[in-house]
Design a protein around this ligand. Structure first.
Ligand SMILES: [Zn+2]
Ligand SMILES: [Zn+2]
Length: 136
């Protein structure tokens, strides 16, 4: 993947990319934790720099729901969306509402060339919904 994106293959890049693959929607701190567990002393700055390079190359997608820190995922290019739990911040993937990327066909595009539609559904995850109904 790194070579296809014409990025030099380095140990930190491989470690960060595999951490993002293994932990979808992880924030920077969790990714640093995973990378350190494999590589030992990697600086925060090194991980930030690698995340920025991978995001710029399109290998990693950065999402940031309102009120959340930035999170990263390796599922890119399919215009999928996210559902976020208002209580605990859990995030899951949601495919485009119907069929293949219909959201990219805006009802009125005002003349813009549209390349991406970012939709966030807000609600409560199953665990939080169950916890609430149990206390009622
Ligand atoms: Zn929740
Ligand atoms: Zn996702």
């Amino acid at each position: 993947m790194l070579r296809e994106a014409s990025l030099r293959v380095t140990v930190p890049r491989l470690a960060v990319l595999s951490a993002v693959h293994g932990h979808p929607h992880a924030d920077t701190d969790s990714i640093i934790g995973v990378v350190r567990a494999h590589l030992g002393g990697v600086s925060h700055q090194a991980v930030y720099d690698v995340l920025r390079a991978l995001t710029a190359a399109g290998l990693v997608r950065r999402i940031q729901p309102a009120g959340s820190v930035a999170r990263y995922e390796a599922r890119v290019g399919d215009n999928h969306h996210h559902v976020v739990c208002r209580s605990c911040g859990a995030i899951s993937d949601v495919d485009c509402a119907v069929g293949y990327t219909p959201c990219l066909t805006a009802a009125d595009d005002s003349g813009y060339e549209i390349g991406e539609a970012e939709v966030i559904y807000w609600g409560r995850c199953p665990a939080c919904a169950a916890a609430t109904s149990a206390t009622k």
